[in-house]
Structures are given as C-alpha cells and as structure tokens.
Design a binder for this molecule. Structure first.
Ligand code: F6R
Length: 608
C-alpha cells in the first residue's frame, strides 16, 4: 500500500524524503510526491509513475528546506494521475497532507465540502482531509484533534501547515506509523525500513494517537489533547539488511537468505535438551496451551498457504482439530470461537487489514490469540496476547519467500509446543527436532542445484500462457504457493490444485502447450500423484516435477525433475517450495518483468 515519510531536522530535506521513498518503493505504488516547508510557504512536487519521475522533477525544480513529507501512492480513490498523487493540499495551499488508507465517509464529506463552496481539485479522499484541516483554526495539532473525529475508515496521515514550519503532525487509525528518534532530527514513516538508515530508535504510534513531531522529539496526544507516554524501542534490524547486497533483485537475495532465516527461527525457539520448544518470554503459558481443544489459523495469500500446511502439521502432531480460513472470510462469518480455541493470525507484515480484523474478532470471542509474525512491534504483534517472531529479517521483495518458509517452520514449532502441553511428546519429537536443525543444510542443497535445470524449467513455463501446479497431502498447499509465485511476478496464468481434483474439472484444460508442475516428494500418495501425471501426459501436457534426486519413478514420468533432498515428511513443504520460488523468479526475469515490484501488488495490504 502507500508509503509515508516525514522529516523534521537540519539536513536538506528533499534527498532525505526521496531516499525514504526509495526504501518504501517495494510496497508497490503508482505515483509519488513530496511537500517541503520552504521560506515562502509549502513547495509541492508530484509525479505519476515510478519514483524516478519524481526524482527528475526534484532535480529540475529544486525545493529547499529542512522539514517535509513524502508519499508513494497505491491508488484507491481516483486514477494514478499527478492530480491525485499526494501530498494533497487545501484550496489555500496552507495545509499539505499525505495519507494511507481509505475514508469510508468519503461521499458524505465530499458532498458537504462541495456544498460549502470548496473547489476540489482531485478525486482523492486525502484532499478532503487537507480541506477539513484548512477550514479549522489554531495550531495544526488542534486542527487535527477537531477533524479526526469526523473521519471514518482507516487512515495513517501526516500533515504540515505553512504557519508552523518546524512541525509535522501524524495521526493514525488502522495503517501503521512509526516515529524515528534521531540526533537533532525526528522522522515518521509507514514502515521502519524507511528510517533504519538514520536511526534505530523508534516509537510505534497506536490507533488514535496524534504525534506532534519536532526536531527535538515527539509529543503524543490522545483524542482530548492529553499527553500520552509511548515506549521507545531500539530495532535489532540493521540498515544493511534492506539493501540488495550484490544480488540483482531483493527476491533473489531473500530466496538465498532462507537457510539463515530458517536457522535463526529454529534456534530462537528450540530447547535442545528437552527436544522441544522453548516459549519463555513469548507469552505462551504451557498450562494455557493444555486447555486448548481446537485451533483456527487465519491469514491471507502466501501466509494462508502456510496455514494450510499448518493444519496438516498441527493435526498430525497434536490431534487437535484445526481449521484454516482466509482472514477476509473469517471476519465476516460467525466462526465458533471460545476459550478453548487457539486462534493464530499468520502475517509476515503484521499489518494486513483482514488478518487484523479476524484477530480482533477472535479476541472479542474469548479465544486465546496468538500471532506468527515477522515484524516485532507491528499491529498483529500488539493485538495478540502471545506471539512467535519468524526470524526472516526484513522482506522487501513483494513476492514472499523467506517469510513463508519461516512461517512453515513456526507451524512445526507451535505444533511441538501444543503437543508437549497436551502430554503427547515422545522420543519421535527428538527426531523431528534434529531434522529441524538440519533443515537449513537441506535448503542450501536445493539452492546449489545446477542452474541448467532451471533454465530448462523456465523455457517450459515461459513459452506457455497457462500451467497447472499439482500436489497432494501436505504438499498440495505448496502447489498453490508455486502457482501464486508464478502469477504474481511473471503475469502468466497458473492454477494450483490438489492433484486428486484434476479429474474433476481442470483436466479439460490440458493440451500440448499447458505444462503441469507437480510437487512429487516421497510419501503415501506419491503413487496416486504419478497416476495423475500419466493422465496429464496422455493429454499431451509436458510435466515438470519437484522430487528427490533418486526418485526413479518420478524421472520416468516427468520431462524435467528439480531435485530436493530427502527430509522429514512434515518438513517437505519447506524444501519443496524453494525450487518453485526459483522457477517463478527465473521466468519473470526472462520475461523482463519488475520482479521486486510486480504490477498492481503491494507488499503490505493495509486496506480491505
Ligand atoms: C504473496 C504475498 C501475499 C501476502 C499476503 C499477506 O507473495 O506476499 O500473498 O502473503 O498479502 O501478507 P502478510 O503475510 O503480510 O499478512
């Protein structure tokens, strides 16, 4: 979604804002803009399209000042034009505003302002906020306190007023905002990645907070103007981790970071002596866990695929019935929640609007609420009463890779903890714990596979406009994930299916130019899957398979095998997804697409 940056300091602000926006580029956007507090008022530059368009304008039409705000927009109200780009101003040009989110009372506010004779210059809901602020009196923070009660919906807003050239005011309900506390400078951003290169001291704003930001720090007010205390935290992510480090794309770097990400996640929670999971300090109490009778896993997109795998793992290790829901569905149905239900919100960003709403529903229904999340301090982190941090580090590529594999590991860790709490732990746990520790080495082997195989796989998929991904059992979610990765970044159509369902419809699509990709690792249903692949071949479809190198029977059926090492059955999804990530990456690069910022997608989906 949109990216926001604000700065009050002593450096020339334009390079600071553009640098911050560059670091937010990965979130996806279609236009960008900045506002600078200049000596004679607020200077504004906006441009449709990529950030380089704004950079060029900033070069040719320089603005000067040490205070400003910036924005990358992901269009909601109004086409991605320059007129609709942020910052938006009031008619007098006295107030400038950047905004992430959606105003639900947009139509009534717009009608009201038009009736009052205000001439609106854009189609955005953001301009309405600027106009409302412009029509109030007093310091900007007081204007905000008056206007905020009139806004319905989801918003993170950062504003400036020309009469207060040293102040930036930020307020939020829904999408995140974080303040960065520097030395003689204070920043605010929608995402810590935009701050890390200047400071690691941060204050997360909560819903309803109004932050008055100056060079020497921040005052945080509640809705009545009373002062609030919010803790300052020091981030353990360093700025180098949000750079490409020699890789051509963030996505490739992140695929190759998976062994470390998995290792760190396993090490953070493993209790080797007990062959179990150490959840100390995370808010999980074993006695609470032992009361649980059911599990609900809620998430969106790739994280939802991790939940589908989680169902297999949790049910097998604990015997607890486990349901998986799209968060966007869960929040609007009437799930049977109670004190004996563990609801797990699985989210890389911790900011996905639907997942947060589903978690709120679970909390209100009295469930034990936990989150598997990659961003400490994010909204899901704060909402949950217990939490497991996936240790993937910042994920910048829009297509999730290392966050996904660490979510898969987190599912196993949660299942092991539940299993111990329910008194089911036995010597087989030690075997699984040992395999978890060896898992990074197995992923390293997948990453070392001969590139020639991927070149051939790329040719097979890149020459087709459609493909079918098949898997069975715990690997069918990996077929869904492989297909999602391909369509996200290569824009080729791919369907993921449980292989047994192929005959119930999708087989009608199969012909010569419609390849099938099978996740065919060793297991009780592999024979069945091979039967499905024979059926596909009989219709002329080329077959590619992910399987163990020595799986002769798969080599006999498939035109191409992408090899993976043999691992514990519950860990197969982790090694199986890596070749599919590499395949999607190679196809997208071959087709010349922007891998890290695929069209129409946003890294963090903070609106419904
Ligand atoms: C796909 C992808 C998305 C996210 C989804 C949920 O590669 O990244 O499908 O998985 O938008 O995001 P989080 O996990 O941040 O809640």
């Amino acid at each position: 979604m949109c990216g926001i940056i604000g700065y009050v300091g002593t450096d020339e602000v334009v390079p600071v804002l553009l640098d911050g926006l560059r670091r937010l580029e990965y979130r996806g956007y279609d236009s960008a803009g900045i506002a600078v507090m200049e000596a004679d008022g607020i200077g504004i530059l906006r441009a449709a399209g990529k950030l380089r368009n704004l950079q060029q304008r900033a070069y040719h039409e320089p603005l000067h000042g040490t205070v400003g705000i910036g924005h990358t927009r992901w269009a909601t109200h109004g086409a991605p034009t320059e007129a609709n780009a942020h910052p938006q101003t009031d008619s007098a040009g006295a107030v400038a505003v950047v905004h992430n989110g959606i105003l639900e009372n947009y139509s009534s506010l717009r009608r009201e302002l038009l009736a009052a004779g205000v001439e609106l210059e854009s189609d955005t809901d953001t301009e309405l906020i600027a106009q409302l602020l412009g029509r109030e009196d007093g310091p900007l923070s007081e204007r905000v306190l008056k206007v905020v009660s009139r806004l319905e919906g989801q918003y993170a807003v950062v504003a400036v007023h020309h009469e207060e050239p040293d102040v930036v005011v930020a307020f939020r309900k829904g999408p995140p905002l974080v303040v960065g506390v520097g030395d003689g400078e204070t920043l605010v951003a929608s995402d810590v990645t935009a701050l890390l290169h200047r400071t690691r001291r941060v204050i997360y704003l909560l819903n309803g907070d109004v932050a008055v930001i100056r060079r020497d720090g921040v005052r945080i007010l509640d809705a009545d103007g009373g002062e609030l205390e919010r803790p300052e935290e020091t981030l353990d992510w360093d700025a180098g981790r949000v750079e490409k480090g020699g890789y051509r794309h963030f996505m490739l770097k992140e695929i190759f970071e998976q062994p470390d990400a998995i290792r760190n996640t396993v090490l953070a929670y493993l209790d080797q002596e007990r062959c179990g999971v150490n959840l100390d300090g995370l808010g999980f109490a074993p006695e609470d866990f032992s009361k649980l009778r059911r599990v609900h896993l809620v998430a969106c997109g790739t994280s939802w695929h991790a939940c589908l795998v989680g169902k297999f793992v949790i049910e097998e290790l604990t015997g607890l019935p486990t349901e998986v829901d799209y968060a966007s569905e869960y929040r609007y149905r009437a799930p049977l929640i109670g004190e004996d239900v563990l609801v797990v919100g699985v989210t890389q960003s911790g900011e996905t609007a639907d997942t947060l709403a589903a978690m709120e529903l679970a909390r209100d229904g009295g469930a034990m609420l936990t989150t598997v999340c990659n961003v400490r301090g994010s909204s899901s982190w704060r909402l949950a009463t217990s939490r497991m941090l996936t240790q993937a580090g910042p994920e910048i590529g829009v297509a999730s890779t290392k966050a996904f594999t660490t979510q898969l590991v987190a599912m196993v860790l949660i299942a092991l903890a539940l299993r111990a709490a329910h008194g089911r732990a036995d010597e087989t746990d030690c075997e699984l714990v040992g395999e978890l520790q060896r898992l990074p080495l197995a992923v390293e082997q997948v990453l070392a596979v001969d590139r020639e195989l991927y070149r051939r796989g790329t040719e097979m998929l890149g020459d087709a406009t459609d493909s079918l991904y098949l898997g069975r059992g715990i690997l069918y979610p990996i077929a869904l994930e492989g297909a999602l990765k391909l369509k996200e970044i290569s824009y080729l159509h791919a369907e993921g299916y449980p292989a047994g369902e192929m005959k119930h419809g999708p087989i009608a699509l199969l012909e010569e130019d419609f390849p099938v990709v099978a996740v065919a690792l060793n297991g009780p249903t592999r024979e069945k899957l091979l039967g499905n692949l024979m059926e596909a071949r009989a219709r002329g479809a080329a077959v590619m398979a992910v399987a163990e190198e020595d799986a002769e029977e798969v080599h006999q059926v498939a035109d191409l095998v992408l090899p993976v090492p043999r691992v514990h059955p519950l860990l197969q999804p982790v090694v199986a997804v890596v070749p599919l990530q590499l395949l999607a990456y190679n196809v997208a690069v071959e087709l010349g697409h922007d891998v890290d910022q695929p069209r129409n997608l946003a890294k963090s989906v903070t609106v419904e």
